[in-house]
Design a protein around this ligand. Structure first.
Ligand code: KIV
Length: 278
């Protein structure tokens, strides 16, 4: 390998090898400066399609496009150098058949430089996962609460709380694992179900609202930084950025209106003429 192609980034092997060891640290990222701040702390940065809701103000992730994922994926790749970067495949880009799943996955990987893609994987998606992995696309599965399916579920609801649903989530986990997913996100399930799945599958599980029984954890970064008034039960707020931003904007507005900003230190002055050389 030449110097130019050498990389310090974690690889799919590092992620897979974390099964049962120190929990994997994963966060979402959508832009270069935030990716730069998160990169040294994270094993995985996920360019999640949650960006449709938290960055673009959409009511769900259903309206997210390939172009949005690619644009944000490129920014996160530019801002990071160590974490393993995964980009979500948006609703409608992989469900139809294996060929369109591969074309869209390959486009995301080529145009962003990311190392893997994630799909919300019902049992039907085992074919797509195997097809992609065989052709060089590492796939992260996503089971349990699948936000792209909210219109079928009637909202964001925890999964696996009845016997029938529990069996369905276990079947989703087995399907993704057997098809070759290198990791599986488990969203919105009770602890005993997450523990059973984690014990059964060969790849690491990454929980969001799925207890500490998983091999790693992921949160939506905007949630854990406290950018919204409301956060779901499973989120811990590690900062209160909405208050910080609100206070900063109010102080700036006050300074501008009272002409305290800008002051002399923030203003360019005419340069003094240089003394003539003798
Ligand atoms: O889109 C996203 O951010 C996700 C995570 C919540 C796992 O899928």
């Amino acid at each position: 390998m030449s110097k130019q192609t050498e990389t310090r980034r974690k690889t799919v092997k590092d992620i897979a090898a974390a099964k049962g060891k120190t929990p994997l640290v994963c966060l979402t990222a959508y832009d270069a400066p935030t990716a730069r701040l998160l990169d040294p702390h994270c094993d995985v940065l996920l360019v999640g399609d949650s960006l449709g809701m938290v960055v673009h103000g959409l009511p769900s992730t259903v309206g997210v496009t390939m172009e949005m994922m690619i644009l944000h994926g490129q920014a996160v790749m530019r801002g990071s150098s160590e974490a393993f970067v995964v980009v979500d495949m948006p609703f409608g880009s992989y469900e139809t058949n294996n060929d369109s799943a591969f074309l869209n996955a390959a486009r995301i990987m080529k145009e962003t430089g990311c190392q893997a893609i994630k799909i919300e994987s019902g049992t039907y998606a085992a074919g797509q996962i195997a097809h992609l992995v065989e052709r060089g696309v590492p796939v992260m599965g996503h089971i349990g609460l699948r936000p792209q399916a909210i219109n079928v579920d009637g909202g964001f609801r925890a999964k696996g709380r009845t016997t029938g649903e529990r069996d369905r989530v276990i079947a989703e986990a087995r399907a993704a694992d057997e098809a070759g997913a290198f990791a599986i996100v488990i969203e919105g399930v009770a602890e005993d179900l997450a523990a059973d799945i984690t014990a059964e599958v060969s790849c690491p599980t990454i929980g969001i609202g799925a207890s500490a029984a998983c091999d790693g954890q992921i949160l939506v970064t905007h949630d854990m930084l406290g950018l919204f008034d409301w956060t779901p039960k499973f989120v811990r707020r590690y900062a209160d950025l909405s208050t910080s931003i609100n206070d900063a904007a109010a102080a700036y507005a006050d300074d501008v209106r009272t002409r305290r900003f800008p002051d002399a230190a923030e203003t360019y002055a005419l340069r003094k003429p240089e003394p003539e050389q003798r």
